[in-house]
Design a protein around this ligand. Sequence first.
Ligand SMILES: Nc1nc2c(ncn2[C@@H]2O[C@H](COP(=O)(O)OP(=O)(O)O)[C@@H](O)[C@H]2O)c(=O)[nH]1
Ligand SMILES: [Mg+2]
Length: 239
Amino acid sequence: MKSIVCIPTYNELENIGRMIDAIHAVEPELHILVIDDGSPDGTAALVRDRMRTDPRLHLLERAGKLGLGTAYCAGFTYALEQGYDIIMQMDADFSHDPKELTRFLEEIRQQDLVIGSRYVSGVNVINWPMSRLLLSYSANVYTRIITGMPIADATGGFKCFRADVLRRIDLSKIKSNGYAFQIEMNYKAWRQKARIKELPIIFMDRVQGVSKMSKNIVYEAAFLVWKLKLGTLFSFGKR
Ligand SMILES: Nc1nc2c(ncn2[C@@H]2O[C@H](COP(=O)(O)OP(=O)(O)O)[C@@H](O)[C@H]2O)c(=O)[nH]1
Ligand SMILES: [Mg+2]
């Protein structure tokens, strides 16, 4: 099975090189696609340089900071076009432990979507301020109640898709970013009756670089869950 992990980046120069090494230390065959939005710190230049000697690396460069959701969609579209069977996503900032990739790859053999979950067995978040943890946790409770989707952590960004699941989603129609993007993709997979499994992971706050999280991302997600729910009720948002 051809597998690739998509990593969106914006100013991750301190992290991306170490991240690539850490991934290949545990999964030497895994291809890596970096989707960089013109990071002023030269993240893309580092990746480009490494690509000269490493055929497992791929890079999509976009003109400016166009948002996380469309970055993932561009990455997924590229991965589908290139014929990958298993398509993963993770952050560049070591919040997601690359050592877990092996477990995702094992689990996906029996599933269509494997979601790294911080809330499936207690709360597994390290170093987040209480305010952010409460926000994330309650966003998940809210999402679950409104959509009825039985997922404990619908907003996380460490995931593994079977290519077929992504092929059935019209990626060009997805406009959401941040948390909302993760919820929307899970919802669309769930509505397809995909086999979904949550894998407990430990989430660590970033050590290097800065978060691009903002208030708008929260409002966007709060609005989106209603849009998904109502879209399904009136059956105009099936895909
Ligand atoms: N390509 C791209 N990557 C982004 C953008 N915003 C955030 N990222 C990357 O997405 C990942 C998660 O973002 P981060 O700022 O860590 O969000 P947080 O973990 O929710 O605080 C990191 O690898 C970021 O570099 C964006 O607009 N475009
Ligand atoms: Mg982060």
